[in-house]
Design a protein around this ligand. Structure first.
Ligand SMILES: CC(=O)SCCNC(=O)CCNC(=O)[C@H](O)C(C)(C)COP(=O)(O)OP(=O)(O)OC[C@H]1O[C@@H](n2cnc3c(N)ncnc32)[C@H](O)[C@@H]1OP(=O)(O)O
Length: 237
């Protein structure tokens, strides 16, 4: 089996580890994490170091590549950019849990993870570095742009479009043929019945625009303290 690392030793990293183990395609050598003590363990796997050590770790462990396990879309992009500078040839893998259902003529990009119970229906494109979380259902003929995410239990009709860096939060329901543009957050438990523009937060039943939001603004509780001091390579506008 090919050796890989998981970048990000968090709860999300644990779920991705489980997906990879159950998939049985890759051998996980350990985690890379800038905030955890090197040499400690996470779910029984060693913290091997931080992103700057990836070139060394690649040689040492004959790494095929790895996957970024960071739930916040903007932070995932920044870490991806950083790895691309530190280790330009680093290969990002895709992970699809064996209990996910993938329909006919779908495309799933690199760095994307499809979690247990998720359903991707026919003719759907999920681009690079996305998250389709546990028990979410994505309708046919949809397009999910890179670095976006769909949270657990979300139910989406056919012909959906999700812009880059946007997130559909836990338990939301979205009717058919809806377009949500980039950097927008649909709040937990919302019912989406119309299109939404870029850079807004919308929630409620039916969902309405609550406010605008900044590029990279945190939307997951508990992430700001952990990620605010990631120092370099912010994405150009
Ligand atoms: C494996 C996992 O754990 S995956 C989990 C991933 N997490 C998610 O999907 C949750 C993402 N977060 C959300 O959905 C949040 O509700 C957000 C980002 C949309 C809104 O967060 P914020 O803008 O910080 O709103 P905040 O929490 O300050 O609440 C402001 C007000 O709006 C209300 N509110 C917030 N979100 C919602 C919502 N989804 N629906 C209805 N009302 C809401 C709050 O109750 C509060 O009301 P109040 O002023 O009467 O007290």
């Amino acid at each position: 089996m090919k050796n890989i690392i998981i970048i990000g030793a968090s709860g999300h990293g644990s779920v991705i580890l489980d997906c990879i183990e159950k998939e049985g395609k890759y051998n996980v050598v350990g985690f890379v994490d800038s905030f955890k003590q090197k040499g400690t363990t996470h779910n029984g796997y060693e913290i091997l170091g931080n992103e700057f050590e990836i070139p060394y770790l690649t040689k040492k462990n004959n790494l095929y590549g790895g996957i970024i396990a960071i739930g916040d879309n903007w932070t995932r992009k920044n870490v991806c950019d950083r790895i691309t500078v530190i280790a330009p040839d680093f290969r990002f893998i895709t992970s699809i849990h064996p209990k996910a259902v993938i329909g006919k003529d779908t495309y799933i990009g690199k760095g994307t993870v499809i979690m247990p119970g998720a359903i991707v229906n026919s003719n759907t494109v999920i681009k690079d570095f996305c998250i389709l979380n546990t028990n979410s259902s994505l309708g046919h003929d949809s397009i999910i742009e890179e670095f976006s995410s769909i949270a657990p239990g979300v139910s989406i009709g056919g012909g959906f479009y999700l812009g880059t860096f946007s997130a559909v939060s836990i338990g939301a329901i979205i009717i058919e043929n809806i377009m949500i543009r980039e950097h927008t957050i649909i709040g937990a438990g919302s019912l989406v019945t119309k299109d939404f523009p870029e850079y807004i937060v919308a929630h409620g039943t039916p969902a309405k625009i609550i406010r605008t939001r900044e590029r990279g603004e945190y939307y997951l509780k508990g992430t700001s303290g952990r990620t605010s001091n990631i120092p370099i390579y912010t994405t150009p506008s």
